[in-house]
Design a protein around this ligand. Structure first.
Ligand code: URA
Length: 237
């Protein structure tokens, strides 16, 4: 149960004061009847309409974004555009943040949510959630490099990484590799290749767990996760 004004404002598109104004002016109905009192408490499952539009209440939201290069993977920044700034106005909510970082120059799959427990679950190294990347490097790759990933690379500062999978998708002067890791250390993939004397020219995250970057999303576009994608990440509500 929540106060009507709080329940509506929590969905992100209206401020609390705009919500109160709409309620007082008779533009909000609950289960078919107009309610002009913002302080009355209702169940989230009630059928609510606001200015004729049905409110589809969601406690938390889960959004997939195809991040372009040059965008910061944080909620807010005074100077540089962030992943939250890319969301269309009707998908914004107060407490949205990226569940897991990509570097400013990295691209691809970012999950945005306001569910802190979920973010913790997918990011905790204890849960072994696989993150899959496509990586363009600046010199040929060999089986020896693949074996080094499988054994577990120790970063230049002595930090040991868990065993990971590196598969060469295209070889040559600028090979394309797929990397699967279950951790999320700062610049981890770039630093792993750095140990093998390979520079990273392009890094794109293509999957988190079973959720793959939707190929129909152009850079900068986003959509809500489907029910199947949410279930695959252990979201039960
Ligand atoms: N590893 C990196 O080095 N950079 C990223 O953006 C993600 C993983």
């Amino acid at each position: 149960m929540q106060r009507l004004d709080k329940l509506i404002a929590s969905q992100g598109t209206l401020s609390r004061s705009e919500t109160v104004r709409l309620i007082r002016s008779g533009q909000v109905t609950v289960d078919g009847a107009v309610c002009r009192d913002p302080s009355v408490k209702y169940q989230e499952s009630c059928r609510i309409t606001v200015a004729g539009q049905e409110l589809n209440y969601q406690q938390y939201v889960y959004i997939m974004l195809n991040k372009p290069a040059g965008i910061l993977c944080v909620s807010r920044d005074p100077k540089v555009p962030t992943v939250v700034d890319l969301l269309p106005a009707d998908m914004r909510r107060k407490n949205l943040f990226p569940a897991g970082r990509l570097d400013k120059d990295s691209v691809g799959l970012v999950l945005l949510t306001d569910d802190g427990d979920f973010a913790h679950r997918i990011l905790s190294p204890k849960n072994d959630m696989v993150k899959r990347y496509h990586v363009r490097v600046d010199a040929p790759l060999t089986d020896e490099h693949c074996r080094a990933f499988a054994k577990g690379i120790t970063l230049a500062d002595g930090t040991p990484c868990k065993p990971a999978v590196m598969t060469v998708l295209e070889n040559g002067d600028e090979p394309l590799a797929e990397v699967r890791i279950t951790e999320g250390r700062y610049h981890q993939v770039k630093r792993m290749f750095g140990v093998l004397d390979r520079g990273v020219n392009l890094l794109k995250r293509v999957a988190i767990g079973e959720v793959q970057l939707d190929p129909s999303l152009k850079e900068g576009e986003c959509r809500y996760l489907t029910d199947a994608e949410r279930h695959s990440l252990g979201i039960t509500e």
